[in-house]
Design a protein around this ligand. Structure first.
Ligand code: KG4
Length: 393
């Protein structure tokens, strides 16, 4: 086989995502992906942010419902964009459809949509399906996994499972970066995770620190909620922080666990400190633009301060040649600025995913399935989610 096309599926949280990546067999022999060796045929994301916004966070049952509604239309869109959608001339395979029905017995909406899809469209020319196995919200993971299992069975195409966190790391290779020098230290920061990981090579990881309570993204989301700013909190807090000019309220927030002799984090204390400050203010102060701006600036500074300090310390201990970021919070411009500054001083390389690939997407899942030795082929009969999946390996 000279060319290989892989379909990526991601539903671990509140984004439904489908991607198709084309590469060559020779590209897969390389130790790390090379940007010009593969082509993203299609990268589709259906975000649920506006649906979860009134709740200030992701509601798992609603997220699952939305994934169920969106996933088949998104697959059709991704196949169409890639030129892989072909009309079916053969009719439906009733025996296989019965098995698909069994897989999707708790996802009736998907079954109905897929039945129509199989009737109308032929098996696309793809070689593999890759799906996120975890970590994430279990009902959401189940939706993507059962969808992938159904496609694998009906199309008779092999299935790979991917660790979502490894996907966030591999997202760095979805842009034209230089060859990454290892060992590297990675910081994965999202709505559900904050982890420092040492990387020996692609596929060889050691988790050396993680949050003991809230994730950094969750801290942005929860503090934005306290301030009545909406969801997701990270981009809103960053937008307000940018307007900061001078201190008027003397807000001072803690830097939890910054100087502890480990690489763990804790962000729930920071959230509580925001709540206490907010509560002690008058109604007028809370609503004032200057207060919101100063508070957002302080939240952003506190989170960045702890993340950068501990990651740099870890990278020194490992004598890392590169620092890699991944996850939704790595979209934060001030964070990137600070990392670039520190990496320049310490003379180490730095990489963060393109903005488009910092949050959840399926291209990172497809790329990981192609290039990581951890993404092994599994049978559709066996695949189950693991909502607490770790990255050690
Ligand atoms: O990786 P992601 O899209 O989803 C998962 O949690 O898996 O990350 C979402 C998180 C949210 O908590 C959001 O507030 C945060 O990333 N985020 C940001 C920024 N953009 C998104 N945090 C800080 N600054 C940003 N610019």
């Amino acid at each position: 086989m000279s060319n290989m096309i892989i379909l990526g599926i991601e539903t671990s949280c509140d984004d439904t995502a489908i991607s198709l990546i084309k590469t060559s067999a020779s590209a897969l022999k390389k130790k790390q992906p090379v940007f010009n060796d593969f082509e993203i045929l299609s990268d589709c994301v259906s975000s649920q942010a506006s649906i979860h916004s009134p709740y200030g966070g992701v509601f798992p049952a609603i997220a699952k419902r939305e994934h169920q509604k969106n996933i088949t239309p998104l697959l059709i869109k991704a196949l169409k964009n890639s030129g892989l959608l072909k009309k079916n001339k053969k009719g439906i395979d009733a025996k296989k459809l019965l098995k698909v029905q069994k897989i999707l017995e708790r996802n009736q909406d998907i079954f109905n949509a897929l039945k129509e899809f199989f009737k109308e469209y032929d098996v696309p020319e793809i070689n593999r399906i890759a799906v996120t196995m975890g970590p994430g919200l279990e009902p959401c993971l189940y939706t993507g996994i059962n969808f992938a299992r159904a496609l694998s069975l009906y199309w008779d195409i092999p299935l790979s499972s991917v660790n979502h966190l490894e996907g966030h790391l591999l997202a760095n290779w979805l842009s034209p970066i230089e060859k990454v020098e290892f060992p590297a230290t990675a910081l994965v920061i999202s709505g559900g995770n904050t982890q420092i990981i040492n990387i020996e090579s692609i596929g060889k990881y050691k988790l050396i620190g993680e949050t003991r309570d809230d994730a950094s993204g969750e801290c942005f989301d929860k503090t934005a909620r306290i301030l009545g700013l909406g969801y997701p909190g990270g981009p809103i807090v960053a937008r307000e922080a940018k307007k900061f000019k001078e201190k008027k309220f003397n807000i001072s927030l803690p830097r939890p666990m910054k100087y502890d002799k480990n690489y763990d984090f804790s962000f729930s204390g920071l959230k509580t400190a925001v709540l206490y400050d907010f509560k002690k203010r008058t109604e007028k102060e809370r609503k004032s633009e200057d207060y919101i701006i100063e508070m957002c600036y302080e939240i952003e500074r506190a989170v960045i301060d702890v993340l950068v300090f501990k990651t740099m310390k870890a990278s020194e201990e490992l004598r890392a040649k590169t620092i890699l970021l991944g996850g939704g919070v790595s979209a934060n411009k001030e964070l990137i600025k600070e990392f670039k500054k520190q990496c320049k001083i310490k003379k180490i390389a730095f990489s963060a995913p393109l903005l488009k690939f910092s949050g959840d997407n399926a291209s990172m899942i497809a790329l990981t399935a192609l290039f990581s030795p951890n993404a092994k082929i599994t049978s559709w009969q066996k695949l189950k989610p693991n909502s607490n999946l770790k990255i050690n390996g």
